[in-house]
Design a protein around this ligand. Structure first.
Ligand code: RBF
Ligand code: MG
Length: 382
């Protein structure tokens, strides 16, 4: 990429959103709503999620009361639902890349503000559960500490003011449309990292649109780059998944030279929702055969525009026969790139083969090769 196209306006401070950007709050909202609506004999169907992301609690509550025709006022709804959330603040997981980002910016003394539509007391309760977060922000502003929440620019302008940095020199990182709108109205650079998939057309106003915090390239904004990429791969906290190999999705991956050993997503929707879509790699164990190198995609395969988030591991080994039904164990140790769309099938295949080579080589690094002996790969649940 040329410098002209990749280097944006230089910034000297970062303003972060909390819910959906640093914390996986959506999972909690869904959990609480499911339980709550049962009381009114209604069922949460998730269609409303995009109408509540980035809103203040009162606005989001009004949407739910209206959408579900609940026989209560917005205020009554809020007083019932608030205690259900308050018990759960410490159960909200950091999104992948959030701790890495905060630590990196703090280590490099980049001024950081937290600007959230959530009330200040809730912000404090949430971030206190994550070690090192609170101290990293020199400014924290809640939705109840400004006259108007996002999409008003006020909270961002106040953050810039307290950081003592010109708005145009601030980089905002946001998952929601109201946040993006507010950041742009404040005259700031905005990186959008949408928490709801397949909605990229709503984020065209963003200066950069990324799939997850793992894809953040701070050097584009003149900030110190992450230094943890190794040979085209990013080490992640290893995670496990396993189950019987199922038949593929009828796209003839074997013919393409990419025979993926697909896993059923049944029972794994929570696990999959925790991991951003993208191309990853690691080790694969087949109980009766051995342990193999593996590259895999998680997501909707933009080229095929799947409706379900799937997991498609490609074992980097020539097998003489199929192994449908066998127990496949995976330990995922690193990240390569976001899923992409391609104009031709040939270019998709070429890219996947490149991923395979990257994974093959990286897995020889001690950092990754040590997981080859993970007992999970050899245990069997079948
Ligand atoms: N599908 C896409 O549409 N875009 C991708 O960027 C992409 N990357 C992949 C990377 C790897 C390592 C693997 C194994 C698959 C990837 N896929 C991607 C999914 C691929 O289209 C699908 O697995 C094949 O069609 C085989 O079923
Ligand atoms: Mg948000």
């Amino acid at each position: 990429m040329s410098v002209e196209s990749s280097l944006k306006m230089l910034v000297s401070g970062v303003i972060l959103d909390l819910d959906g950007t640093l914390l996986n709050t959506d999972a909690l909202v869904v959990g609480v709503m499911k339980v709550f609506l049962v009381k009114y004999s209604k069922q949460w169907d998730g269609r409303e999620v995009h109408k509540i992301v980035g809103k203040t609690p009162i606005e989001a509550s009004a949407v739910i009361v209206q959408e579900y025709g609940l026989p209560c006022s917005t205020e009554e709804f809020m007083s019932e639902i608030t205690p259900m959330f308050s018990d759960q603040w410490c159960n909200i997981k950091a999104l992948p890349g959030a701790c890495r980002l905060i630590k990196h910016l703090a280590d490099h003394k980049v001024p950081m503000a937290l600007a959230s539509n959530s009330p200040r007391a809730n912000i404090d309760a949430k971030i206190n559960c994550h070690q090192g977060w609170k101290e990293s922000f020199s400014v924290i502003i809640g939705g109840d500490e400004v006259r108007a929440g996002k999409p008003s620019p006020e909270i961002f302008l106040e953050a810039a003011n307290r950081l003592n940095i010109e708005p145009s020199r601030c980089l905002v990182i946001e998952d929601s449309v109201p946040g993006l709108t507010g950041g742009k109205a404040a005259g700031m650079q905005v990186v959008a990292v949408p928490s709801i998939p397949k909605q990229s057309d709503l984020f065209t106003a963003a200066d950069d649109l990324i799939n997850s915090l793992l894809d953040l390239h701070l050097e584009k904004w003149g900030l110190p780059p992450f230094e943890d990429w190794i040979e085209g791969t990013l080490p992640i906290e290893p995670w496990h998944i396993g189950g019987p190999v199922i038949k593929g999705y009828g796209r003839g991956s074997k013919v393409l030279g990419i025979p993926t050993a697909n896993l059923s997503t049944e029972g794994y929707s929570d696990l999959l929702s925790q991991h951003p879509s993208g191309v990853y790699f690691g080790w694969a164990g087949l109980s009766t055969r051995g342990v193999y190198k593996m590259a895999m995609s998680i997501g909707w395969n933009p080229y095929f525009n799947n409706t379900e988030k799937t997991i498609e591991p490609w074992l980097l080994h020539e097998f003489k026969d199929d192994f449908y039904g066998e127990d496949l164990r995976l330990v995922i140790v690193g990240y390569i790139r976001p899923e992409a769309n391609f104009s031709t099938l040939e270019s998709l295949i070429a890219k996947i083969h490149e991923d395979g080579r990257v994974a093959e080589k990286a897995l020889d690094l001690p950092l990754y090769s040590k997981y080859k002996d993970d007992p999970f790969l050899r245990s069997s649940s079948l």
